[in-house]
Design a binder for this molecule. Structure first.
Ligand SMILES: [Zn+2]
Length: 304
């Protein structure tokens, strides 16, 4: 497939705080840290815990009157269709996390297209609503995937993590540490995961293991710093991160065990506190706000 260059059109900044919340709906055995111990063929035999954990997150969001985006793995949707319907019925955005949790750069473009289409079509059948958002497994977004996402009718991707701090993340050209949302042309947007600039590096400040590792007060301070700068903020978490009772596999290397399990026992309380501490919206609303703010500002020639 011929690669098309990405277009970085504008980065105008809306003025009020904008925090979006996202949940990558997969089970404990889908996490890449478990891949060395649990192959794809073993998934069907693993204890399914995602439904209970996601329902618990829905309760927390309901209590905090927060709406979120749920990037649902197609594999999970097929096992738990009632869960996807419940997410949609609560007024949250249902988006796609692909089907089989393969890192994009390990697939051929045709395989990627099939994986994403299978998940998107199934989610749309379940909810009766169009699926506009995509998040790549392990943020493994790759340049050639963007035209495919556009062609399949997605409106945004939220997989770019402009940091050098992780071995599995993909890259998109033109995304810098302080890049918030970038138009890639054709009314398609890249919604980046936030980082905090530290020297020349981007310190990941979006969620996951970093949220569990750092002190809660420091996390909130970083979030406020990002929001005060006029950038939107995007948080992500997985249902298995509030589940300290999930199986512990001794075959998994110590470093991966640490990444996967650090502070799992504290995470539900922290997540509930975070939901209550900020005003949250789903990513589709964040993209809408961004788009309308840019269209208001551009004719007046007010670049930030
Ligand atoms: Zn994932």
């Amino acid at each position: 497939m011929k690669e098309r260059p990405l277009l970085s059109v504008n980065t105008e900044r809306p003025t009020r705080d904008q925090a979006a919340l996202s949940i990558d709906v997969e089970d404990w055995f889908h996490a890449e840290n478990m891949a060395s111990a649990i192959g794809r063929e073993a998934w069907a035999g693993c204890e399914l815990r995602v439904e209970r954990n996601t329902m618990r997150m829905l309760e927390i969001l309901d209590k905090g009157k927060a709406r979120a985006t749920f990037f649902v793995l197609g594999w999970v949707a097929e096992k738990c269709p009632q869960l996807v319907r419940a997410i949609s019925a609560e007024g949250h955005e249902v988006a796609s996390h692909g089907y089989g949790h393969d890192l994009i750069y390990t697939l051929r473009p045709s395989e990627f297209r099939m994986d994403v289409l299978r998940s998107k079509s199934y989610l749309e059948d379940l909810t009766g609503e169009p699926v506009y958002g995509y998040r790549a497994p392990c943020f493994s977004i790759t340049e050639w995937a963007i035209p495919i996402l556009k062609e399949l009718g997605f409106r945004y991707d939220s997989s770019c993590f402009p940091t050098v701090a992780h071995d599995r993340y993909g890259r998109l050209t033109g995304m810098e540490v302080d890049t918030p949302i970038v138009s890639l042309g054709d009314s398609f947007y890249e919604v980046c995961i936030p980082c905090i600039q530290l020297g020349q590096w981007g310190l990941p400040w979006g969620g996951g293991g970093y949220f569990r590792l750092l002190p809660y007060w420091l996390w909130c301070q970083g979030m406020r710093k990002i929001l005060r700068s006029g950038r939107p903020y995007v948080f992500y978490i997985h249902p298995w991160e509030i589940d300290p009772g999930q199986p512990r596999l001794k075959e998994v290397a110590v470093a991966y065990q640490f990444r996967h399990r650090v502070n799992l026992h504290r995470c539900e309380k922290r997540f509930a506190a975070l939901v209550g501490a900020f005003a949250w919206m789903p990513l589709c609303d964040l993209v809408d706000c961004w788009e309308s703010a840019c269209s208001r500002e551009l004719p007046q020639g007010l670049p930030s």
